[in-house]
Design a protein around this ligand. Structure first.
Ligand SMILES: [Zn+2]
Length: 72
């Protein structure tokens, strides 16, 4: 079960809880008990993070499409 970071809309208290996806909507502020909490996206548990994966377009060794000067 992953950890999620939450922030209370009322008092601004931030806390981390280990809850399931279903229970995320039931989370209450552990400090003041307010039911309106915002889920913060943790950088540690970012699903499908789109970090730069270093994708490069490298030319192949045999570039048939290249326009070469002097070809007849
Ligand atoms: Zn609170």
């Amino acid at each position: 079960m992953p950890f999620f970071d939450f922030k209370c809309e009322k008092c601004g208290h931030q806390f981390t809880l280990r809850v399931s996806n279903e229970e995320k909507s039931k989370v209450k502020c552990e400090k003041c008990g307010h039911s309106r909490v915002i889920q913060l996206l943790s950088p540690f548990f970012a699903p499908g993070s789109k970090a730069d994966s270093g994708r490069r377009v490298m030319p192949g060794p045999n570039c048939e499409g290249c326009s070469s000067a002097g070809m007849g």
